[in-house]
Design a protein around this ligand. Structure first.
Ligand SMILES: *Cc1c(COP(=O)(O)O)cnc(C)c1O
Length: 384
């Protein structure tokens, strides 16, 4: 960090820490191109713009995701069409076909809390209908299916490197793609002038726009890139540690009534951004999740969370009545509570645990397990 502070705090071309981190990301993911951005939101925005998504287009988005998966589409004039989720909270391939119209341009999939979505089925569907498959892999750096890392299944992928994400820059993000056209257009969207001039070939029809690009600036801060560069070299070690701890938690809690652990395909590996437990009140004498959660907090499990702002998008005013902020969408987007029963049910029943990664974290993990066991065993006292 100090070296970078001395070396330069604005980098206009693909050099220094920017080039180093992009090269390392390309190697890590086995992707031809990586472009760093100022945030995951910016990465999503640039990815959509670069994939030609514009006014009138429809893009299928999971109902259950962080809202930034969808919000950049509004800025491009494209309509997010929500689809319901599977038992893991990921986009359900079975709910997809009925959402497709002749305006559908792409499907975007989030790998919620790090658990890979059913990406092979989704890819088959996308291919069958001639749609682009895009990934929001902001929870899932290093997660994989059949040995292939998520973020490499579709035409392009966007990642966040915000504070708590599995790979962190503090603030930052990146786009991955193997497609030269998408790469050049990502540069034009948010990395104008020097990068565009030197990286878009002179014989491309896009080259003449290099100075202005599309006029937005989404460059990452070099100090943030320096943080991520250091983190990336340890990512696999962190993920191995998380895998061990997640297995330990799941093993210990699996026997308890009313708490369902996430399932995964045998060849899918989560990044364990979070471990989500589905709370089943039926098996715990109808004790409401609110009371169960409050009891866990009272036992000191301060980091067991019921996600709030990451919720089914149909519950957010922006997707119910966008007109005050996006007049062009008046009447076009009018989602309402109840539209996505599966996503809403899963959201309501989710208790999310952090997954630590160090051997010495096991002592706190075991105290969480002990507290969860205690609250479950005594749940009857929470009634009334
Ligand atoms: C964090 C996150 C984003 C947004 O990333 P920022 O870096 O905060 O802009 C988008 N999608 C998902 C799924 C995220 O978790």
């Amino acid at each position: 960090m100090l070296d970078q502070l001395r070396g330069g705090i604005s980098i206009y071309n693909r050099s220094g820490v920017i080039a180093e981190l992009e090269d390392d990301l390309q190697r890590y993911f086995g992707a031809r191109h990586a472009v760093l951005t100022s945030s995951g939101t910016a990465a999503l925005y640039s990815m959509y713009a670069a994939c030609g998504i514009g006014p009138g287009d429809e893009v299928i988005v999971p109902a259950y995701t962080f809202f930034a998966t969808a919000t950049p589409l509004l800025h491009l004039g494209a309509t997010p069409v929500l689809a319901d989720c599977d038992a893991n909270g990921n986009l359900d391939p079975r709910d997809l076909p009925r959402r497709i119209t002749d305006r559908t341009k792409a499907i975007v999939v989030t790998h919620m809390w790090g658990m890979p979505a059913q990406i092979r089925s989704l890819k088959r569907l996308a291919d069958m209908y001639g749609l682009q498959l895009l990934e929001d892999a902001s929870h899932a750096h290093g997660a994989s299916v059949g040995g292939q890392k998520v973020g490499t299944f579709g035409r392009a992928a966007a990642f966040s490197m915000n504070g708590p994400k599995p790979l962190s820059a503090g603030e930052g993000g990146f786009v991955l793609t193997d497609d030269d056209e998408v790469y050049h257009r990502v540069l034009l969207h948010g990395q104008y002038n020097k990068r565009c001039r030197s990286e878009i070939p002179a014989d491309s029809e896009l080259h003449r726009y290099a100075v202005t690009g599309m006029g937005l600036k989404h460059r990452i801060h070099p100090l943030a890139a320096a943080v991520a560069l250091e983190q990336l070299s340890r990512l696999d070690e962190y993920l191995d540690g998380r895998q061990r701890i997640a297995e330990h938690i799941a093993e210990e809690l699996d026997e308890l009534p009313g708490l369902m652990m996430p399932w995964n395909e045998p060849d899918a590996h989560s990044s364990w951004y979070g471990l989500t437990i589905q709370y089943d009140a039926d098996s715990l004498d109808d004790v409401p999740i609110e009371r169960f959660h409050a009891a866990l907090l009272a036992e000191g499990c301060a980091e067991i969370d019921r996600p709030g702002s990451t919720c089914p998008l149909n519950l957010l005013p922006l997707f119910q009545e966008p007109g005050l902020l996006f007049p062009a969408f008046t009447g076009k987007l009018a989602y309402a509570p109840g539209d996505y029963p599966r996503a809403e049910e899963i959201h309501h029943a989710t208790l999310k645990l952090p997954v630590w990664h160090r051997e010495e974290d096991l002592s706190i993990v075991d105290r969480y397990i002990e507290a969860i066991r205690k609250v479950t065993e005594h749940h009857i006292e929470l009634k009334g």
